[in-house]
Design a protein around this ligand. Structure first.
Ligand code: GAL
Length: 694
């Protein structure tokens, strides 16, 4: 993947035509909600703001097919022509997120059912069972007609299948879903004995006599963890199958346009298994909404961006939606702070997005999301939001050359897997309602604060070129993925495994003989008992560091295993137990962190490991500055985002593409300011990322 200069080659999806000439800028567009005069005004204002792409038709099924089997694309034609005349490309949605009311009336059986067998009410969106053949028939019929109709229209640049598949309809318990689940289980396990063993059905005497007895997990008491995990996998597979069938229909008419569906990638685990879906997308796209009250929301945004890059093979991905201001689903919805929308947009670009898109172009007056922010707010053109949107549009033009670059410098991988997160929430645990990605996020945050770029990747990724691999609370891991981590260490890598990793196998069965099961031999440690902590409990370590939330009782390591105990517990129920260990294995090093270190202690541990592994910072920065580098074979660009209310600095030299200012040696950023430096000379990347999935 590297060129002769040491920079990474662009993307592993080089054949895809990007939908716009430069970086893509725009949002969801719903002209069906407005009179034509407003649509004409939209064209002018979009042009003024620099919009070059809109997502059209997400909820327009009823417009295209007002009655069963009656199709009318005249509205669509007019909108497509207008957009084209104004130089705006279209990411055309198949309208299958928005079931027409006539279809609900004709076929109420398509509604998903909850675990009590109650159908959801019609209305809203995604009101369909992913397994319903009846829904599939109607969905593919409209997709087929739509794709046939627009084929060849120059405005249409890409396809957007449905909307956020699974966002409301991921888990269905209707009779059709039950049949499909039984068939999925029969194909996977082949015999009832194999299934009984895998799920441990002897517990509570739940043993099946026949595969015919299997149901979706909808009993009256707590469910079986293996059954729950397989149900998550099944549900994800059913929706993926739906995506595939829409995509196949589209490709019959427009074989060269990229096809995608918009993901909802945050901390995870996700509603469907996005890393396992990613290869089916021509461009991987994301909808990302920050949570206002989270004081580190910009870091959560960075985590999601680093996950997206992990799913796009290191190449560009698209930010398909984010908010220009306030959302409307939180208890209190505060707007973005001054400059925050531009900071967020720059941060997405910094982490590999080649677009900045929003939900939505014009704020709706009515309907469920009438108070959700938009690029053009209720207040209209003369507003802070629209001025900022126009500034952002100009920034994206100034940044056009960045489109040919990818993120570089990632020397750290954080392993993250939806299946591990699903397994953790399936069944009863030492701590119930644990949040799968807490430890991953805390470690990512420690790296973020040190301007160290990390790829957040699935555990089956190629690890060879990373200097450090972090395994944070990877509750479920397969034997193969655990062996790959071991091979990486033996070949010279460094791994940091944290508490509650490697606990279960792929069927959610506990690995016995000492925790952390799958990594026990690699680490040379074995823990006997978990000791979760209440919110006011702490365990002090003999170097002064503190564990919160979690501690473990580790046996003293075998003296021949070569395990160094770096810190032991001095108080709490686990007093005397080793707490943090380090072991040389082959040419590499394996660390174990057996509890949840509070932030300062975690930072100190990360400093030590970074120093030992030689992982480099992207740049020297003052506190609160996000720094990420993108590069091509001939140029490098340093993205700088000041997330503080104070002036901040970075050591770098180059020209700021946003202002034209030249900086020599030091860049001073205004409070909340951003800069994108074309560096002189271009910076070589010390360790290009190797992200291709095997
Ligand atoms: C997304 C969705 C959009 C809109 C947006 C804002 O999840 O795709 O249609 O609902 O959230 O709430």
């Amino acid at each position: 993947m590297t060129s002769s200069t040491g920079h990474p080659a662009p993307s592993r999806r080089p054949s895809v035509d990007w939908p716009t000439a430069g970086l893509s800028f725009g949002g969801d567009y719903s002209p069906e909600q407005w009179p034509w005069e407003t649509v004409l005004e939209d064209m002018e204002l979009m042009r003024e703001a620099g919009v070059n792409l809109v997502t059209l038709g997400v909820f327009s099924w009823i417009v295209h097919e007002p009655r069963d089997g009656t199709f009318d694309f005249s509205w669509l034609d007019r909108v497509l022509d207008l957009l084209h005349e104004h130089g705006i490309g279209v990411d055309l949605a198949t309208p299958t997120a928005a079931v027409p009311m006539w279809l609900h009336r004709l076929h109420p059986e398509i509604l998903p059912q909850d675990e009590h067998g109650h159908p959801l009410a019609p209305g809203g969106r995604l009101g369909w069972c992913p397994s319903s053949p009846v829904f599939r028939h109607f969905a593919l019929r409209i997709v087929d007609r739509l794709a046939a109709h627009v084929a060849g229209h120059p405005a249409v640049r890409m396809w957007h299948v449905s909307n956020e598949l699974g966002g409301g309809n991921a888990r269905c318990h209707c009779p059709v879903s039950n049949d499909r689940f039984r068939a999925w289980i029969a194909a996977k396990y082949e015999s009832v004995d194999a299934l009984n063993t895998a799920w441990g059905m002897a517990f509570w005497g739940n043993t099946y006599s026949s595969l015919e007895e299997v149901t979706t997990p909808s009993g009256v008491t707590a469910h079986n963890p293996g059954q729950l995990l397989d149900y998550e996998r099944f549900s994800s597979d059913e929706l993926l199958e739906h995506y595939r069938s829409e995509r196949a229909t589209i490709l019959r008419h427009t074989p060269r346009l990229p096809v995608t569906t918009n993901f909802m990638v945050g901390l995870g685990p996700d509603v469907v298994d996005y890393p396992r879906w990613a290869d089916e997308m021509d461009i991987v796209t994301n909808d990302h909404y920050t949570y206002g009250p989270d004081p580190r929301r910009h870091q959560e945004l960075a985590f999601s961006g680093d996950r997206m890059r992990g799913m796009s093979g290191g190449g560009p991905w698209m930010l398909m939606e984010h908010a220009a201001g306030a959302a409307s689903w939180h208890p209190i919805n505060q707007p973005k702070r001054p400059g925050e929308m531009i900071r967020h947009a720059m941060a997405h670009l910094a982490r590999g997005s080649n677009s900045v898109m929003f939900f939505q172009w014009r704020a709706s007056r009515s309907g469920t999301e009438q108070f959700h922010s938009a690029m053009l707010p209720h207040a209209g053109r003369d507003s802070r939001i629209f001025r900022d949107i126009s500034t952002l549009g100009a920034h994206l033009v100034a940044l056009e050359e960045v489109r040919e670059t990818v993120v570089v410098d990632a020397q750290v991988a954080i392993l993250h897997d939806d299946e591990a997160g699903w397994a953790l929430k399936s069944g009863l645990k030492p701590v119930n309602r644990p949040s799968y990605a807490d430890t991953a996020r805390a470690l990512h945050d420690a790296l973020f604060r040190r301007a160290v770029t990390a790829d957040v990747v699935p555990p089956w990724s190629t690890l060879t070129d990373y200097r450090l691999v972090v395994v944070p609370g990877l509750f479920l891991v397969s034997d193969a993925n655990a062996a790959a981590v071991r091979a990486y260490v033996e070949a010279g890598g460094t791994v940091l495994v944290t508490w509650f990793s490697g606990i279960v196998d792929e069927v959610n069965t506990v690995r016995t003989g000492g925790f952390p099961g799958a990594f026990r031999e690699l680490l040379g440690v074995s823990s006997e008992e978990f000791f979760p902590l209440t919110s006011d409990e702490r365990v002090t370590l003999d170097n002064g560091w503190l564990f919160t939330r979690w501690s473990e009782l580790l046996r003293d390591p075998d003296p021949d295993a070569g395990v160094e105990v770096l810190a032991s517990a001095v108080d709490g129920w686990v007093a005397g137990s080793p707490a943090i260990t380090r072991r040389t294995v082959g040419a590499g090093t394996a660390w174990y962190l057996s509890g949840d270190l509070e932030d300062d202690s975690l930072g100190a541990l990360v400093d030590r490991i970074l120093e030992e592994t030689g992982v480099e910072r992207v740049a020297r920065v003052s506190d609160g500055v996000e720094a990420v580098r993108r590069a091509s074979s001939s140029a490098s660009y340093l993205f700088l985002v000041n997330h503080t209310d104070e002036a901040a600095w970075t050591d770098a030299t180059g020209v700021d593409l946003l202002t034209g200012a030249e900086h020599e040696g030091r860049v001073v950023l205004a409070p909340g300011g951003v800069a994108v430096l074309r560096e002189t000379p271009a910076q070589p990347t010390p360790n290009p990322p190797l992200l291709e999935s095997s």
